[in-house]
Design a protein around this ligand. Structure first.
Ligand code: AMP
Ligand code: GLY
Length: 411
């Protein structure tokens, strides 16, 4: 079976390692090239993705990143008869527009932070002149994970509104903004499989978004993850299923936007119960790197069942183990960093490559996040130790990692 995976990061490497078959990665990266045939077509170049799939006789496609999903990559592939894993454009709006997601949650009574939507800076500035502080400002559209600004002061909130709406820091993604109530509590990521009828949560996880130890510094794409997340108790899981997951699937059906694929729930466990912080229309990165290694059931079987709307027939099982992913990045990430350093790593460990390319047969660093080292063990503490022991065996100049991944999950 010929399978095509769209994307190029650590998440895509984890998906590819979990699949079986003749795998093509578009565009993939120098590390993914060990496990798949990489084809130099960008993840957003939908026209050429479709042409390649047709000429190569691809049997199944997995569209992993947010931008091709929001741009309608699945619609374009399905139109020429190629079955896909991932939501179509109408459903991907759940991540593509935060204003859409908030209005949907309000309409269907799904718990989330209180909010207002603005399409002009003047009204937004007036609103923050006497709202409660801290306050959260979010660009409506996709912004490479950087479109959320938590403002501790009114001045910061005003500056955020100006930079998003007037200076267009995130381009057209900032034509509208959501201003929402600041929530507190532990955060949990829950990836789910859904075919629009059944929703099956995967093992829960915890991201570490900030660049520096102790959750300080800038927001990044994620510096590490652990699974399962100890804050996600079975009682919380039951509430999430009843109050959030099933109502979301139903709401999307009701709006004629049936979601099929991996729906990611970013949750905050507040004193008033679990609330939705964000939806993603795809697998999380680096959550996938700790979730898929714990999956016992064959990933391709699950994905095809989602596509064919028969997920209820599949028994999706995870092991009882714990997993930790420590991201090794280029020093200076997420702002400014050097690349092109030779990268060596042990072949027999669980390592997912995110930013590396082959140059004269040598693997060199080629991104902010370079790779993720994954430790698996019966205990969380054990998995943290294994992940850091693997990281010790990885070498490239200017390597940087947090030293406290998983610490706050050791309750
Ligand atoms: P996002 O890019 O939507 O994942 O948001 C980035 C981070 O901002 C989240 O992981 C939260 O830590 C934080 N955040 C987003 N919305 C809120 C909120 N309403 N209250 C507090 N923190 C938030
Ligand atoms: N780790 C968060 C995300 O994938 O958006």
């Amino acid at each position: 079976m010929k399978i095509m995976v769209i994307g190029s990061g650590g998440r895509e490497h984890a998906i590819i390692k979990a699949l079986r078959g003749d795998i093509y990665a578009l565009p993939g990266n120098g590390g993914i090239a060990e496990d798949a045939t990489c084809v130099d077509i960008a993840a957003t170049d939908i026209e050429n993705i479709v042409k390649f799939a047709q000429s190569e006789g691809i049997d199944y496609a997995v569209v992993a990143p947010d931008d091709p999903l929001v741009l309608g990559c699945v619609d374009a592939l399905e139109k020429v008869g190629i079955p896909c894993f991932g939501p179509n454009r109408r459903a991907a709006i759940i991540e593509g527009s935060k204003a859409f997601a908030k209005d949907m949650m309000k309409k269907y009574g799904i718990p989330t932070a209180d909010y207002e939507i603005f399409d002009n800076a003047e009204d937004a500035l007036a609103y923050v002149s006497d709202c409660k502080i801290p306050i959260v400002i979010k660009a409506d559209g996709l912004a490479l994970g950087k479109g959320v600004i938590i403002s501790e002061t009114r001045e910061d909130a005003q500056a955020a509104i100006r930079s998003i709406m007037e200076d267009k820091q995130f381009g057209d993604s900032g034509n509208k903004i959501v201003i929402e109530e600041y929530l507190e509590g532990p955060e949990v990521s829950v990836l789910t499989f859904t075919d629009g009828k059944t929703v099956v949560p995967m093992v829960s996880s915890m991201d570490h978004k900030r660049a520096l130890d102790g959750d300080r510094g800038l927001n990044t794409g994620g510096m590490g993850t652990v699974a399962p997340n100890p804050h996600y108790t079975s009682e919380i899981a039951d509430r999430c299923m009843k109050e959030i997951f099933l109502p979301t699937i139903k709401a999307m059906n009701d709006l004629n936007r049936t979601f099929k694929g991996c729906l990611y729930f970013g949750l905050m466990i507040t004193n008033d119960g679990p609330k939705v912080i964000e939806y993603n229309c795809r697998f999380g990165d680096p959550e996938t790197q700790v979730v898929l290694p714990l999956l016992k059931t064959d990933l391709l079987d699950i994905m095809q069942a989602v596509t064919e709307e028969r997920l209820s027939e599949i028994n999706v099982e995870f092991t009882d183990d714990c997993a930790t992913c420590v991201i090794m990045a280029s020093a200076g990430y997420p702002v400014k960093y050097d690349k092109g350093f030779e990268l060596t790593y042990p072949e027999d460990e669980l390592i997912y490559i995110a930013g590396a390319k082959l140059e004269d047969d040598k693997l060199v660093t080629n991104g902010g996040r370079v790779l993720g080292c994954v430790g698996i063990d019966k205990t969380l503490k054990g998995s943290i130790d294994v992940a850091y022991a693997i990281a010790d065996k990885v070498h490239f100049d200017n390597a940087y990692m947090r030293s406290d991944i998983g610490k706050r999950a050791l309750l």
